[in-house]
Design a protein around this ligand. Structure first.
Ligand SMILES: Cc1cc2nc3c(=O)[nH]c(=O)nc-3n(C[C@H](O)[C@H](O)[C@H](O)COP(=O)(O)O)c2cc1C
Length: 446
């Protein structure tokens, strides 16, 4: 015969989720207990099972009432799990302190559960000192999306943060920063080509400051100046309206980016962004401004869901001016990464107070695998080469080549006198004359 202690020890190694099973007493009052023996049984018809100790009060009540509710607990509901397992002393009412609804069968359903099932007992099998109740599911609701509460080795837990295997980088700032430094168009185009070769997607155009409409001269000039020797499919352009989106995509640019500021009127801002990319959602990225501001959390979550529903390729969440704390990054991302699927989430990293990489790690552990950085950290963003080094140490693969990036960044800092930016150190190059108006573009056509 198997040693009972060893048997229990082996079972303790089996991890499970945690539910609260509810039913009704003969007088109609509600009853509940914690149970991890919940299991799916059949899809058609929808059947589930629970396995309850015959000595338990709840066991007898379920047998009599002929119905039970299953409430799947979330990671932040250990106290509920403990209370319904009889682990809290002096607890006259296990149901107190939570919001409950009543199912069609009359059993209690926990409003804050990840999901619930309302079941009618259709089979009851003898299982040694336990009874296996099989319930037909009459109603179901996946009420809340969050991580589940787990039970393993006689302790409560939750999923550990797992680092992804692959992460990608995009550069949204180098072109603009180089332009502001007065680099000549050919050098900027060379940097773009080198970044693209190194596996980094580059924003080559920002049309949002250019005038709008088919006759807007700035837009025309910007579009005309996009370099011909770069594979445009790997580049992006920020656009301000529908026409600009069409023009950029018409040029062969892979992705258009639009910005939505959900600050004052979130619905209107989202509607504007969606109108701009209507019909080209699969080639569009929407940036939500200041998304980690806790006051915006609700509208950001709603926007991510709406954008994912519309099939938008990517949602970008920038750490605007580096204002977000790692905790705020964590709080939002742990909610939205699941909701966004299959849309990609991209976080634009700022390096204020040199905390950019900390937030990058936080985002990685929350399931974000796409990042916006800038070569050399030129515009206050996290330096692309720094993020690639971090990813290397974490064993996260990235298509970005670290050696190419470091070399490029060195040249940008003027530490190397040869290479893509030409023979002179960059720092010695003259600035563009103040007031010179050139569109935000890689002006390397000529
Ligand atoms: C995580 C966890 C899971 C449990 N799962 C079950 C289970 O599946 N079946 C069971 O009979 N008891 C299970 N229990 C024990 C019951 O929750 C516990 O005995 C409870 O007090 C029974 O309530 P009652 O006495 O009011 O019926 C579990 C306890 C914990 C902590």
């Amino acid at each position: 015969m198997v040693d009972p202690q060893v048997f229990r020890d082996v079972l303790a190694q089996w991890p499970s989720g945690v539910t609260v099973v509810t039913t009704l007493a003969a007088d109609g009052s509600r009853i509940g207990m914690t149970a991890s023996s919940f299991s799916s049984v059949s899809a058609t018809p929808a059947l589930v099972s629970i396995c309850l100790d015959r000595k338990l009060y709840t066991h007898d009540q379920i047998a009599q009432a002929g119905c039970f509710g299953i409430n799947v607990l979330a990671k932040d509901q250990i106290e509920v799990g403990r209370r319904f397992a009889g682990m809290v002393k002096d607890c006259p009412d296990r149901f107190a302190g939570e919001e409950w609804s009543t199912a069609e069968t009359g059993v209690a359903l926990l409003d804050s559960a990840l999901g619930w099932l309302d079941c009618r007992v259709v089979h009851q099998y003898d299982g040694g000192d336990h009874t296996i109740f099989v319930g037909e599911v009459l109603a179901a609701n996946a009420a809340r999306r969050s991580a589940p509460l787990l039970y393993h080795a006689r302790g409560w837990g939750q999923f550990a943060d797992v680092l992804p295997e692959v992460a990608t980088l995009a550069d949204g700032g180098a072109v603009q920063a180089l332009r502001e430094r007065g680099e000549d168009p050919a050098s900027i185009a060379a940097v773009v080509a080198a970044l693209a070769d190194a596996g980094i997607r580059v924003r080559v155009l920002d049309l949002t400051d250019a005038g709008s409409g088919p006759d807007a001269q700035d837009t025309q000039a910007a579009l005309a100046a996009v370099p011909g020797d770069v594979d445009l499919a790997t580049t992006t352009a920020r656009v301000g309206d529908r026409l600009q989106a069409e023009q950029a995509l018409g040029l062969g640019i892979g992705t258009v980016e639009v910005v939505a500021d959900l600050g004052t009127d979130p619905d209107a801002a989202l509607a504007r962004a969606l109108a701009t990319i209507e019909g080209v959602e699969d080639r569009a990225a929407v940036t939500l401004l200041d998304p980690f501001d806790p006051a915006r959390a609700e509208s950001v979550i709603a926007a991510v869901v709406a954008l994912a529903d519309r099939g938008v390729r990517e949602v970008c969440l920038p750490d605007t001016d580096g204002r977000a704390t790692a905790l705020e990054v964590r709080a939002l991302l742990s909610e939205v990464t699941r909701l966004a699927r299959p849309t990609s989430l991209r976080m634009a990293l700022h390096d204020r107070d040199r905390l950019g990489l900390v937030k990058a790690l936080t985002a990685l552990k929350s399931g974000v695998t796409h990042f916006d950085t800038t070569l050399g950290g030129l515009d206050g963003a996290v330096a692309s080469e720094d993020l690639v080094r971090l990813l290397e140490t974490l064993d996260v693969t990235t298509p970005a080549d670290p050696h190419t990036l470091s070399g490029l960044a060195q040249q940008l800092r003027g530490e190397s006198t040869s290479g893509l930016l030409g023979p002179e150190p960059v720092a010695d190059r003259p600035e563009l004359a103040p007031g010179t108006s050139t569109p935000d573009t890689v002006g390397a056509a000529g």
